[in-house]
Design a protein around this ligand. Structure first.
Ligand code: 5AD
Ligand code: SF4
Length: 471
């Protein structure tokens, strides 16, 4: 695939930071701290991108708020994977008419995957005049420049040109959610699964250099982060665009070898690229969680072929058997799409059979959502939404039964848990994750956030475990 890797120099980012400093003078001219609201939809990559937006905003002197009336600048970082997320964004942008009326100086920016689609950028241009700034994922690194352009010219800015994507390093970042940290290892996707918009909006696969990733991971560990998730649309093809001989397994081992106490997670893996070497590495790396999120999408070979997934159901099952051979306590999760165009009820039964066979610990299930410009959107789609919903409900019931059974199997066991946050449940105000990614609710002091504790599991539901800290 013809693709030129474009790495932007650190000078390019330094120039943006210079603009951010100029804007700081502009935004703080009235002598009070300006406020920004950053609202994020979609995947972890988007969460990570929002940390970059907040990094720039902090350099411009902004504090942060969740109150849209209090915000001088609102940035909505959008998702395009399914229509539902887009509808929510458009609904929320529409609702901002009130805040904009109350304070006409408010700057509303919409960025991310949704606006990288030409028809969506067009819609915002025509029907949402309150939006001042629209930029796609490829333009995020120059957010200060775009904002300055709007402020100086007072003309709406649309930066959504198509691009294969770039790599930028050294942007400021305000992280959210200590002790957990996202760490992007690559961007984009080359797979062109026929239903998926991601390759169109996020561009081609491009990997960050291993030494930069390891340096960032080391710095995170030194800052006290205890839960590091390596991110990419398809981490298993990490490094293929670099000529340095480092593949994802090598990278995992390099991060694992950083001294310190932390858990190492990663997502997402494509089954076609998950190798024996990866499973062996996961088993050997003591900090790596024994969890694999391996989206299967469907259990029928014809549907998988139409989806352009490049494996058969049997090949997928063989991979899982191999992974379980290396990692007997492997936690497996997956994504499944119900109602892909032309999927018959009989073909859907194959998905149910596969799920029964694999027994996933948790599943993320979606009804197919046509995405303009993808190959699947042009296929005939005879099943009605109601018929798809019936299948979806059957799958969800099966998924929930299996998850509940799996979770019940933990009761009575003692497991190691990283306490990572708080919940609103008064009886169990802390949340944590087992090393293999299961959610645990438990009682204890807030000061424990960021510590590893041994927890006796005392109860379970479909979605979570409950436990008591062993003293
Ligand atoms: N419709 C429904 N689900 C989709 N996904 C991706 N594209 C679509 C679509 N058009 C799901 C896949 C993917 C997850 C992130 O979202 O299951 O793994
Ligand atoms: Fe979309 Fe397939 Fe790429 Fe995942 S691997 S982002 S489903 S095209």
């Amino acid at each position: 695939m013809a693709y030129e890797r474009i790495e932007l120099s650190r000078d390019a980012i330094a120039a943006q930071e210079e603009i951010a400093r100029r804007l700081r003078a502009h935004f703080t001219a009235q002598g009070k701290t300006p406020l920004a609201m950053v609202d994020t939809y979609g995947c972890q990559q988007n969460e990570s991108d929002s940390e970059r937006l907040r990094g720039y905003l902090a350099e411009m002197g902004f504090g942060f708020t969740d109150d849209e009336f209090a915000a001088d600048v609102i940035v909505i970082n959008t998702c395009a994977v399914r229509e539902h997320a887009e509808m929510r964004v458009l609904g929320n942008v529409g609702a901002l008419n009130h805040t904009k009326k109350a304070r006409p100086d408010q700057i509303i920016a919409i960025c991310g995957c949704m606006v990288q689609q030409p028809h969506m950028a067009q819609k915002l241009k025509k029907s949402y005049p309150i939006v001042s700034l629209v930029f796609g994922p490829h333009e995020l690194w120059r957010f200060p420049e775009l904002l300055e352009r709007y402020i100086t010219r007072k003309k709406r800015v649309f930066a959504v040109d198509p691009s294969d994507g770039t790599i930028t390093e050294g942007e400021p970042r305000v992280r959210d959610g200590k002790p957990k940290a996202w760490l992007s290892v690559m961007y984009g996707c080359n797979n062109f699964c026929s239903y998926c918009i991601v390759p169109y909006v996020r561009g081609r696969e491009r990997s960050r250099r291993p030494e930069t990733i390891v340096a960032e991971a080391r710095s995170l560990v030194e800052q006290g982060y205890k839960d590091i998730t390596l991110l990419g649309q398809n981490v298993n093809s990490y490094g293929k665009d670099l000529d340095c001989g480092t593949d994802f397994s090598d990278l995992l081992r390099m991060v694992n070898d950083i001294p310190g106490e932390f858990v190492l997670r990663f997502m997402t893996s494509h089954p076609k690229d998950a190798t024996e070497k990866l499973f062996r590495t996961m088993a050997e790396c003591e900090k790596c969680e024994h969890h694999l999120h391996l989206p299967v999408q469907a259990g029928n070979d014809r549907v998988l072929k139409e989806m352009n997934r490049q494996y058969t159901a049997q090949q997928y099952l063989d991979k899982i058997a191999l992974a379980r051979k290396y990692i007997p306590d492997l936690v497996l999760t997956t994504d499944i799409i119900v109602g892909f165009p032309g999927e018959t009820n009989e073909e859907f039964e194959d998905t149910l059979r596969l799920v029964e066979q694999v027994e996933y610990d948790a599943m993320f299930t979606f009804i197919y959502s046509p995405r303009e410009g993808t190959r699947a959107a042009a296929l005939p789609d005879p099943l009605t939404r109601a018929e798809k919903q019936v299948n979806f409900d059957r799958l969800l019931a099966l998924a929930n039964r299996i998850s509940a059974e799996k979770h019940a199997g933990y009761v009575g066991k003692t497991v190691e848990v990283l306490i990572d946050g708080e919940s609103r449940d008064e009886a169990n105000p802390l949340t944590g994750r087992t090393k293999n990614g299961r959610l645990v609710h438990l009682a204890g002091e807030k000061a424990l956030i960021g510590s590893f504790v041994r927890v006796k599991i005392t109860g379970s539901t479909t979605w979570a475990l409950f436990g008591e800290i062993e003293r």
